[in-house]
Design a binder for this molecule. Sequence first.
Ligand code: MGD
Ligand code: MGD
Ligand code: SF4
Ligand code: MO
Length: 735
Amino acid sequence: MKSVSRRKFLQISSATFAAAATIGPVNYLSKGSKLIADDKLQKGIHKIPTFCNLCFWKCGAIATVKDGTLWKIEGNPLDPLSNGRLCPRGTGGVGAYSDPTRLKYPLIRTGSRGSESWKIVTWDEALGFIADKLNKIKAEHGPEAVAFFAHGIGGNFMKHLFKAYGTPHIFAPSFAQCRGPREVGFELTFGDPIGSPERTDIENTKCMALIGSHLGENMHNSQVQELSKAIENGASIIVVDPRFSIIAGKAKFYLPVKPGTDIALLHAWANVMIKENLYDKDFVSNFGFGFEQFVAEVSQYTPEMAYTETGIEPQVIVDSARELARSKPASFIHPGRHVTWYGDDAQRSRAIALVNALLGNWYHKGAFFKPVKMQVPPYPYPEYPEASQPRADNPDRIYNWADEEEGLPTGIRDATITGKPYPIKSWVVYATNLMNALPNQEETQKAINNLDLMVTVDVIPSEIAGWSDVVLPESTYLERFDDLNISPFKIPFVGIRQPIVSSPDDQKPNYWIAKKLSEKLGLTNYFPWNNIEDYLKTRIESAGLSFAELKENGIILGSKKPIYIEDGLEYNFKTPSGKVEFYSPQLADKGLDPIPKYIKPDEPPAGFMRLLFGRVPVHTFGSTQSNPILRDMIDENEVWINNDIVRQNGLNNGDYIRLRNQDGVVSNKVKVKATERIRTDCVYMAHGFGHQSKALFNTYQKGASDSQLVTRYKTDKLMGGTGMNVNFVTIVREA
Ligand SMILES: Nc1nc2c(c(=O)[nH]1)N[C@H]1C(S)=C(S)[C@@H](COP(=O)(O)OP(=O)(O)OC[C@H]3O[C@@H](n4cnc5c(=O)[nH]c(N)nc54)[C@H](O)[C@@H]3O)O[C@H]1N2
Ligand SMILES: Nc1nc2c(c(=O)[nH]1)N[C@H]1C(S)=C(S)[C@@H](COP(=O)(O)OP(=O)(O)OC[C@H]3O[C@@H](n4cnc5c(=O)[nH]c(N)nc54)[C@H](O)[C@@H]3O)O[C@H]1N2
Ligand code: SF4
Ligand SMILES: [Mo]
């Protein structure tokens, strides 16, 4: 066992990377690393299909290896998600290999939690340490005392391990901190969630309204490609956003809505469509339930009333409603994706669903298609043990529409702090930076300090890794197989991820970690396969497909299936009434508003502005700022502030300031972007910057962290999501 100081750890983890960071052909292989196994790859050009992991969209990609080194990654033309093109982050994926901050060896904490001081250990020691603690926790508290958090497909094998261990506590921030409210809002209305990738037929639309959703900065590849096709085809775009986003520049209507007032606007749109008889009467009368109650409710939301709340001129509300209605059913309101904003988010999503219902656009070309999926059976594993205690994250199922598979991370955090309804003793975290993803960092730290075991599996020393007892370095996606990608989309398909290069140091893939831990936990019966290729081959062949073909092409397409009413599809609304529920008896039963009601958002205190946040095209959350290629494009964020406010504060564009929130938390230094493109009552920044982990030395404290400033949140009454757009900030001048 070697001891290592933080300084040494940094030296160890900083590779020999020095090449110019540009997109395009690059050779980032660090010295001494060699290509995966195959000797024939050492000469000439070879193409190896895989899928991208720079975000969770899973675009099919092809890596080119030239004379034994990784040269570039492009889209796989066979793949329906990428259509042969990656987004800038995907292209910069080679930088994940050469990231100088990469974790290289398993680490066990030596200092206090959060101090980022470690000793390097072997895998056997690290996994032995974890298994001893997990066995002890199970014996003393039961398996439910362990919570496993993951984001993305790489978490599948470890998730399987923890289900086998016996805990029901599996979490992902992609529901309660992201898209959960829209899944619930649409499911309550149409009987089906939106799902991911979104079931939105953007390329064929004639008119699309975006409520905040900032496609173009939000770079989900297929959506952005479809959006540019739609624009080329002359589709009209309506953007509702307090900030003039990139896509607002292409919009026919831009509505600079007052933050938190969208329900008033959505109901006013419904009001106009109903009053002017612009809605799809056949659809509503054949398939609608509780329409009369809905009409009565929205009759109060006149354009004039909505104007006082949203700040959008009545005539603009009327014109944009007409624009949407004119193109129905090939028009729709996009359900958004990151929709945990104000705590009334499932209801706002329902209001979005209801205007869509008026447009009669469900399963229609140019609106919402019915996703189809390749039928690939799961691996034949033994049954998981039943949990003997109910979930601790949502006791008494207060949040009726919480998701069992993705859980409520802030719920389990509360349970970890209070020990109620029973003690939670360990968190195991895979590929999610909980310190940045969950609101209120202090609470997360408090919870971690109550644990007997905190483990993080990551590729870089993220903030959450810094708070862990054991850190396990994973091989990047360029160096490993993963589970199959079987996303529901417009055509059934299956995609494979496979290694291009070998891991440069002592990193290991997730499936290897899970299988090794299963041995130490006495759970080998849950890992009956010998190696990952056995597992993948078994699955693919059980679907009657060829593993050799999948490895060769990266993608196998299924046969086309109907996805639109226009193709002969029929409706089957899986709501209790079997209809589209304008009025929801399910919600009424639980004492919740059966039709969404607009609630006035809190006003910022004097001198404060609402903090809003989103994405920049070349980064994914906080996980890519240390990637040498992507950081070369943007290495810090800016805070967007309206020109008037900038002037009033005696500031100039480009000045550095800090932001202080309502609870006294002060941000890192951040550059002012003085602009007309944002309202005066809010500021905006890209999420993921302002890193607090010192080990991310090339990006440490570059820009400001919205996560640090999001100390407050409002919990969604339906599904337990955390509305995070409820924080206010004021300007602190830098000396
Ligand atoms: N480049 C890049 N792309 C990504 C990601 C990434 O990390 N990087 N992450 C992916 C993920 S997981 C997600 S969930 C999506 C998120 O992407 P989206 O779902 O598109 O975005 P949001 O974060 O919900 O929305 C941010 C926008 O909402 C506006 N907004 C804020 N408050 C309000 C309001 O009250 N009303 C209205 N109408 N608008 C408001 C903001 O000004 C901003 O333009 O992006 C995905 N795409
Ligand atoms: N304040 C604030 N909070 C937010 C958001 C926001 O905009 N602002 N956005 C919300 C949304 S929409 C979402 S979806 C969530 C996302 O939250 P997270 O899922 O936590 O996303 P990231 O912060 O990118 O964290 C991903 C982590 O996985 C690591 N990682 C990357 N690749 C690999 C790999 O191959 N293997 C392993 N083991 N690790 C890997 C990265 O280094 C990083 O530490 O956050 C939510 N929370
Ligand atoms: S959207 Fe971009 S980063 Fe995400 S998987 Fe696709 S190419 Fe990779
Ligand atoms: Mo998300």
